[in-house]
Ligand binder design. Structure first.
Ligand code: ADP
Length: 240
């Protein structure tokens, strides 16, 4: 569904991405894992067309995204930090984005809107919201339009534990609907039972990209955090 082919990106002298390639398909939940500054958000932003790569192409359903922006309507995106007009109310932001997307109200996915009780907060200005509430608004917007692809950058950051669970259940149910989910998270335990594939990013390169089952077989571990640390240790041992 999405093919990333030989993408490189420099910021000044800094090589943020260095010839990255991977593919992802419907029904997969891909976790982008790696330390801070390894390039995860830059990968996400090149797929979204928010960062233009110096080299390489990205295809969405077989077509290059470079000349046709309509593919963006098929992606629900939850940024790490949602930026909204601070003087607008939550209601105005939701109305504005619904108007842009031109999707009839009855086909909107209201599940998170209701679970997070956003209806009680519609008159609150974006500038007055706590980080957690802002994150809930971002989640509602990402899931509202029944997009084929969900790209979630640290979705649970700033959310209280119950809301994180609500969001995790929602991601699981979307994956079961054969959507493609691409997710970054620092909390590996919340990715257990959710992800199908791991892309481990290090210094702007992909160190490994494998299915979780293959990684579990190779390492003999079950839990994602142990699978990843064991995989890195095995690779280091091979190199030394
Ligand atoms: P991650 O999401 O893995 O933490 P990022 O993709 O955000 O990493 O960043 C990768 C590197 O690129 C970091 O060193 C970051 O400082 C740098 N970087 C990202 N965006 C920009 C930018 N717009 N200008 C300059 N440097 C950037």
């Amino acid at each position: 569904m999405i093919s990333v082919k030989n993408i490189s990106k420099r910021f000044g002298k800094f090589q943020a991405l260095d010839d990255i390639s991977f593919q992802c398909e419907r029904g997969q939940c891909i976790a982008l894992i790696g330390s801070n500054g390894s390039g995860k958000t830059t990968i996400i932003k090149t797929i979204l067309g928010m960062v233009i790569p110096d080299k390489g192409i990205i295809e969405f359903e077989g077509k290059s995204i470079a000349n046709d922006w309509t593919y963006r309507n098929d992606i629900g995106y939850m940024p790490q930090i949602g930026r909204y007009p601070e003087n607008m109310t939550i209601g105005q932001v939701l109305d504005m984005i619904s108007d842009i997307r031109k999707i009839p109200e009855k086909s909107l996915d209201q599940e998170l809107y209701e679970a997070f009780r956003i209806g009680n907060l519609l008159n609150k200005k974006m500038g007055t919201l706590s980080g957690g509430t802002r994150q809930k608004v971002s989640a509602c917007l990402a899931f509202m339009f029944n997009s084929k692809v969900l790209i979630l950058d640290e979705p649970s950051a700033g959310l209280d534990p119950i809301s994180s669970e609500i969001l995790r259940d929602k991601i699981l149910s979307e994956k079961k609907k054969n959507k493609l989910v691409i997710i970054t998270s620092h909390i590996l335990s919340e990715l257990d039972d959710l992800v199908t594939n791991i892309i481990y990013v290090q210094d702007g390169n992909i160190r490994f990209h494998e299915s979780i089952h293959a990684l579990q077989r190779e390492t003999g571990e079950e839990k994602l955090s142990r699978v990843i640390t064991s995989m890195l240790r095995q690779e280091d041992a091979k190199q030394n």
